[in-house]
Design a protein around this ligand. Structure first.
Ligand SMILES: [Zn+2]
Length: 477
């Protein structure tokens, strides 16, 4: 009897102890993980407008393009607009602008604007460098709409930046007038620069039709293209910052289906093995980012291995950095970087002129997470720190506008390193992945700025003060 009682007592003690054990596990698990306050709600920076672009593009066999572009704009700001301000980047590469800006080109672009209509009526406008300003006879009240038609023709420059002809290929980046964001009671439009991305747009909807000469193939932001493309076609795409079109001559193509996503690699040299390797790393990194961050937003991802390493929605280019071609290994890393941008730029928006670190820093961080996830190497925190100390003016914060830096190391490498350091004593890679996932879930299809990042980080890490952030971010709130 006593033995039975003893056993029962023992069982009761074990049962009573068990929840305590769980409690301890839970507390341990909480160290350094997501301890976001339940009442935290993410904020978005409004873009001040909502736009739908209808673009009709025709290319003739001499490489002349004719574009009719209509944009339906809704004023979602709180201000009445007396003018509209657009980026029009093709004008940067004309002979006149190039001479003025001291930019040397192998061949200049040509550009003729035939007509700009506001609500169907011919309108006056000014075009200076990359800015089109259209004065409005009838101001646009908050909540009201306005339609603007542009009719123009152009040829591409050779040796341009993003908007350029390379070999026999035509790269149409930012080839249409793109409405600027409107905030703090004014149009948010900065001067064009040849380093960094100086254009910033909100998420918009696009309806595009094209007509190109025989012997070329059309590759773009569109999700359901086939190779070779038809000579004429249309596509619709919603919630993208911009669209990109490449018109390619005789590419070598590697296609690969990864889950729902069709990955296509377009190369132009006899390097089929390299193109297969690139297709492989693109597929590995795409799968990793989908797992760690969230779904890739399209059903097709195009990789054009010609020209500057650059991200566009659903399509990236890789091969060189500002005109200098890079080694094959570096091209692979570049492809991973541009793919990571599909989340940080493509889905989480930020102003790349004023706060480039929010896309370049996060993209570099995600790219490095992918690389470390593939190896057993320890995260070399100290080496990372040593590297950033070598940057000129290394103490500068990472969140200044582009014109405040002599080079871009601050908002790429330094920003990424400082993000890594947040996880040095908080669980490393695995915790960094959880952090990025939470950040992504909160901010997808929103625009962030440093202030909002700081608000998120304070809550996520339950920071008592800003000492872990203020050494590398300029914090104004
Ligand atoms: Zn980048």
């Amino acid at each position: 009897m006593l033995i039975i009682l003893f056993i029962i007592l023992l069982l009761v003690i074990i049962v009573l102890l068990k929840p305590n054990q769980k409690q301890t596990d839970k507390e341990t698990a909480l160290v350094g993980t997501n301890i976001l306050n339940e009442d935290f709600s993410p904020q978005t920076l409004p873009s001040g407008n909502e736009n739908r672009y209808d673009i009709d593009l025709k290319m003739d066999s001499d490489g002349k393009f004719q574009v009719e572009s209509t944009v339906e704009i809704k004023n979602t700001s709180e201000d009445t607009w007396k003018e509209l301000v657009f980026y029009f980047i093709p004008n940067i590469f004309t002979k006149e602008s190039s001479e003025q800006l001291g930019n040397t080109l192998d061949t200049s672009a040509t550009l003729q604007v035939h007509d700009i209509l506001v609500e169907g009526k011919t309108s006056g406008f000014t075009l200076t460098n990359d800015t089109i300003t259209i004065p409005l006879d009838n101001p646009i009240q908050p909540g009201d709409n306005v339609a603007v038609d542009f009719s123009y023709q152009f040829t591409l420059p050779v040796g341009g930046l993003r908007f350029t002809k390379t070999k026999d290929n035509y790269h149409l980046a930012q080839f249409f007038p793109m409405l600027a964001t409107f905030r703090d009671h004014k149009w948010n439009k900065e001067e064009y620069r040849f380093r960094g991305e100086t254009y910033h747009t909100g998420f918009s909807d696009f309806n595009v039709s094209y007509d190109i000469p025989e012997s070329y193939t059309f590759v773009s932001t569109s999700e359901d293209e086939i190779y070779p493309s038809k000579r004429t076609g249309t596509f619709l795409i919603n919630d993208v910052k911009e669209i990109f079109i490449a018109i390619l001559k005789d590419p070598r193509v590697v296609e690969k289906q990864v889950g729902d996503v069709n990955i296509r690699v377009f190369g132009f040299e006899e390097k089929d093995d390299l193109y297969k390797e690139i297709s492989g790393i693109a597929s590995d990194s795409l799968q990793y980012f989908q797992e760690v961050l969230g779904p890739y937003p399209f059903t097709q991802l195009d990789i054009v291995l010609d020209g500057l390493g650059m991200e566009y929605p659903g399509i990236v280019t890789a091969g060189s950095i500002y005109g200098k071609s890079v080694r094959d290994d570096a091209v692979k890393n570049m492809v991973v970087h541009e793919i990571a941008h599909q989340w940080f730029y493509g889905v989480i928006n930020n102003d790349p002129y004023n706060e480039a670190w929010l896309d370049e820093g996060f993209t570099t961080f995600a790219e490095e997470l992918f690389h470390f996830s593939q190896s057993d190497d320890e995260i070399p925190y100290d080496k990372m720190l040593e590297r950033i100390e070598l940057i000129k003016d290394s103490s500068l914060p990472v969140n200044l506008p582009l014109d405040q830096y002599e080079n871009n190391s601050h908002f790429y490498g330094k920003a990424s390193t400082m993000l890594w350091l947040l996880f040095k004593d908080r669980g490393g890679l695995e915790e960094a992945e959880k952090f990025l996932k939470t950040y992504y879930d909160f901010y997808k299809y929103k625009e962030v700025n440093t202030e909002e990042f700081v608000r998120f980080a304070r809550s996520y890490f339950n920071l008592e003060d800003d000492s872990e952030l203020s050494t590398w971010l300029e914090i104004n709130n």
